[in-house]
Design a protein around this ligand. Structure first.
Ligand SMILES: [Zn+2]
Length: 88
């Protein structure tokens, strides 16, 4: 569903893209919110906000824990919204 064309200037991640800031190399969200998860990020951001989300991510030690966490917050956020598309 994501439109991937026409973004030649610094793709960044869904989070930085959403907040219109440049995605730094150490962006904690980049690995978990690639651009194709823009819809998911938008929903999560409305529910939790950027700072809470990154705070929570920092508390996990392992990569797989973070991935699991992100997966579930996205799922939660999209389903709170009531119109959750299936996200893979
Ligand atoms: Zn970023």
């Amino acid at each position: 569903m994501a439109r991937c064309n026409g973004s030649s200037d610094g793709r960044g991640c869904a989070a930085c893209n959403y907040h219109r800031k440049s995605c730094e190399e150490d962006c904690i969200l980049a690995a978990y919110f690639p651009l194709e998860k823009a819809k998911g990020y938008e929903a999560v951001n409305q529910l939790h906000g950027f700072s809470i989300l990154s705070e929570k991510l920092k508390k996990f030690d392992s990569e797989s824990d973070r991935k699991e966490f992100v997966k579930s917050v996205i799922w939660d956020a999209l389903n709170v919204d009531g119109c959750g598309p299936t996200l893979t």
